[in-house]
Write a protein that binds this ligand. Sequence first.
Ligand code: ADP
Ligand code: UDP
Length: 236
Amino acid sequence: MEKTAQLYEGKAKKVFATEDPSLVIVSYKDDATALDGLKKGTIVGKGAINNRMSNYLMKLLEKSGVPTHLVEELNDRETVVKKVSIVPLEVIIRNISAGSFAKRYGVEEGIVFAEPTIEFSYKNDDLHDPLINSYHALALGLATKDEIETIKKYAFKVNEVLKEYFKGLGVTLVDFKLEFGKTPDGTIVLADEISPDTCRFWDSKTNEKLDKDRFRRDMGGVEDAYNEMMRRVFGE
Ligand code: ADP
Ligand code: UDP
């Protein structure tokens, strides 16, 4: 499979067309952004780590009945995926308070919830990805009622599978963001990526942060954290 035209360059990935109109190639970059794009930097090796980890986790999820866009890993940084029409919602699941949740509600980080929570942000850079509820998403025609139900069902399933998986690696899955897309026949599939860019991972024993928060918060040890997550997943 060969790349043809570049269709899109995002903050963390590029998307290329292929000779097959139903498939695209995503190419993961080392570029990192945070704080609504205000903070920019490089995390050396991140592209390869996110590509390989995301593909590994999507395979695991496929086995558990969550359909994904994954087709074939081409090399360290590039993967063939089904071209989907992205539902413009960032779907966030939380098991423990952190980040914007802690800030919005004025609570500390680290409160373990009795039940996981779900929330949506409207994926719209001009509006800075505002929080949105499912009624407003419906009113704006971002997805149908059935699609939103399917997305919620899959998102909680992803949480159950990944929480258990990471627990076995000594990692607490605090929260994460998912994106879903629609294939031409209308099937909802998990798309985009699942990686230390899009999840909060805390070491189960020490609560040490092993994710992008080290970059967002200028904590140092950013590459070490990504490499440590890679080591836990692949034993490398
Ligand atoms: P951003 O657009 O937020 O800067 P990225 O740099 O990760 O994000 O760019 C990747 C883009 O590709 C995102 O807009 C994402 O929604 C989109 N995307 C992810 N998976 C697919 C897919 N299977 N088909 C089409 N687009 C996808
Ligand atoms: N997240 C993401 N992309 C975004 C916003 C959030 O991948 O544009 C992830 C983030 O890594 C975390 C979860 O979603 O795992 C919840 O993030 P939160 O709402 O706490 O936002 P933040 O603290 O990043 O502002």
